[in-house]
Each structure stands twice: as structure tokens, then as C-alpha cells.
Design a protein around this ligand. Structure first.
Ligand code: PCA
Length: 326
């Protein structure tokens, strides 16, 4: 059924190809991660799909690697209309609304299947919060499961004490605090340098990001903790969106649906490929020891309780809806 839906929407996209290109617009789409990363590749295909599907009426150009706006600035740039569209890790804005951090609750959804269910459960509430911020959601793609990177071997949370830890959102900074590490917020585009210069000696992230940034040049251990699967979200300024013709909205929605499907598929494929890449780079890729796993579960329970407290009844409703799907 899902496939049929995609083909129907695709044919709408193809029908629109003959559209008159005399009102051509160019949209810059900032992205925070390296051009070779699967999110960026998916975004580039989405851009091409829209450009082709609208017959050139809307031409999208992606700017990966934080080259146009850094990750932390992309959301505001879209909201304020500095750019019409962009991609952002929404959990980086959990301080604005706890719901943005729903995909970074430790050990709530730890597989691609569960991450998909959590996404379905959270989507209506997230769309509402975004709408209040002048943002419309187009598609979202998960990162692979998050594991822990270290320079030195770590067997328990006690071994983490005092280690400088690169964070990318509130949840990762809180994880550092609760494990006795010292969080420092660093964009993915800058981590190779941060590790090389000793600004940080550890992080929680996917094998994908470690691979993209060749972290084996500085770090030696990756523990497959599968803590959560955070997501990137492609967002469009709501005023820009309402100015788009119905026909082109159909094209963009069809391209977005395909991008979400293809991006998720790539994320799954990239997981194994990049884990092997870390090994090939010389890193030890291991499961967490029983002690580390149980220490982290305790910290995860604390963080889950804190999130539920911050997100209130709306957050609880999302988590309950997710659990009911399992
Ligand atoms: N990579 C991004 C976010 C999650 C991930 O796997 C990063 O480390 O910044």
C-alpha cells in the first residue's frame, strides 16, 4: 500500500513537470552535516526532485557542512525567513520546547522500528509546536543508534569521570553531567578538530558521524550502546509554504515522502557500513560491559523522568501513544 501511495504522488510530481517556469524561485537549503553524509545526500536528491517536479519553478540548492548557516542557527534562519527552507536536528532546541527532545530520551526507542513508531506518535504534537513557530514540517530522517566514543577504554560510568565530552543537544549535555563528564557543545562540522586538539575526548553519536569525521584519528573506542536515534527535520517557513501553489505543494510533499523513505533506508544501510568503517580505521567497536550498560540504564531512567516532567501531559500522551504501538 505504502508503495502505491508513493507512486501515485510521484505521478503527480511528474505531471507538474510541464509547468511554466517563468516565475522561477531559488531556495537555499542549509544543512549542518558533511556533503557525503546520508542526510545531505538525501537532501540533495529531494532538492533535485523538487526542481525537476516543479518544472524549474522552484529550484532548491542545498548547502551542507554548515556552510551557509551553522547547525545551531538554521532553525532561526528559517523561522525569520533568512532562508525559506532548511534541515535541523530539532533536539538541539529542547530548551524551547521539551517535545523537540522526544527523539533523544535514553533507551525509550532504540531500534529503527521503534524510532519510526515514536516518530508517528510524536508527529501531530510536533507539527503543532512548529506551526506556532512559523514552521512547517516536510520530512524527517533518523540518525543511526547513538553509541559512546572514547579515547581510552571505559568499563563503567565510574571510568568516565572528568572526561571532556562533546555534546550536541541538551540530552547529551545532561548525560555528560550525570556520568561525571565535562560537556562542551561542538557542532558536528567541528568535531575532528576538537578531538585532535583535545578540546574533547569523547562523545555520544552514531557510527555515521564518527565515520564522516574520521574520529579514529583521535579516538579509539566505540561502544554500541544504542541509546536513542535522534532525527533531522526538513522545515519550511510557513509563510513561504502558504505562498506555494497547490500543484507545487503536491510535488514538494511527494518529494518529501520519497526523501523520508529513502533517507531512512540509507540510515539503516549506513549503520553497518560505518561501524565497519570505524573498525577499518583502527577503532575497537564493542558492546558496553554489563556494568556500563546497567549504569547507563539508571541514568536513562533519571533522564526519562526529567523529560516527562518537562514535557508535561502532552509529552506523556506521546510516550503513551508510542508504547501502545509496541
Ligand atoms: N550525529 C549528529 C547528531 C546525531 C548523530 O548521530 C552529531 O553527532 O552531531
Amino acid at each position: 500500500m505504502k508503495k502505491t501511495g508513493l507512486f501515485v504522488t510521484l505521478s503527480v510530481a511528474v505531471m507538474a513537470m510541464g509547468a511554466d517556469a517563468s516565475f522561477a524561485e531559488t531556495w537555499d537549503l542549509p544543512m549542518a552535516y558533511s556533503g557525503s553524509n546520508f542526510h545531505s545526500v538525501t537532501g540533495a536528491e529531494f532538492a533535485k526532485c523538487v526542481t525537476t517536479g516543479t518544472g524549474g519553478e522552484i529550484e532548491i540548492t542545498t548547502h551542507p557542512g554548515g556552510s551557509l548557516f551553522k547547525g545551531g542557527d538554521i532553525k532561526r534562519a528559517i523561522q525569520t525567513g533568512q532562508v525559506p527552507i532548511g534541515e535541523r536536528l530539532l533536539s538541539g532546541h529542547q530548551n524551547e520546547n521539551a517535545l523537540f527532545g522526544v527523539d533523544s530520551i535514553p533507551f525509550l526507542a532504540t531500534s529503527f522500528d521503534d524510532a519510526d513508531k515514536l516518530w508517528k506518535a510524536a508527529k501531530p504534537a510536533l507539527e503543532k509546536v512548529l506551526a506556532d513557530q512559523n514552521l512547517t514540517l516536510l520530512y524527517s530522517v533518523p540518525w543511526p543508534p547513538q553509541g559512546l566514543y572514547f579515547k581510552n577504554e571505559v568499563k563503567s560510568v565510574a571510568d568516565m569521570k572528568g572526561v571532556r565530552f562533546r555534546s550536541y543537544n541538551n540530552a547529551t549535555a545532561r548525560l555528560a553531567e550525570l556520568t561525571g563528564m565535562l560537556p562542551v557543545s561542538i557542532e558536528a562540522a567541528e568535531i575532528s578538530q576538537a578531538f585532535a586538539t583535545g578540546v574533547a575526548d569523547s562523545m555520544v553519536s552514531s557510527a555515521a558521524t564518527g565515520y564522516d569525521r574520521k574520529v579514529w584519528e583521535s579516538l579509539s573506542y566505540f561502544y554500541e550502546v544504542d541509546a536513542w536515534l535522534p532525527r533531522n527535520y526538513v522545515l519550511i517557513n510557513s509563510e513561504v509554504w502558504s505562498s506555494v501553489s497547490e500543484q507545487n505543494k503536491n510535488v514538494i510533499n511527494a518529494c518529501a515522502q520519497m526523501a523520508e523513505y529513502a533517507g531512512t533506508w540509507r540510515s539503516k544501510e549506513y549503520t553497518g557500513f560505518t561501524l565497519q568503517g570505524l573498525r577499518d580505521g583502527g577503532m575497537k567497536v564493542e558492546e558496553a560491559s554489563d556494568q556500563m550498560a546497567s549504569d547507563l540504564k539508571t541514568i536513562g531512567a533519571t533522564m526519562t523522568a526529567e523529560w516527562l516532567e518537562a514535557a508535561g501531559s502532552e509529552g506523556k500522551a506521546v510516550v503513551d501513544a508510542f508504547k501502545a504501538m509496541k
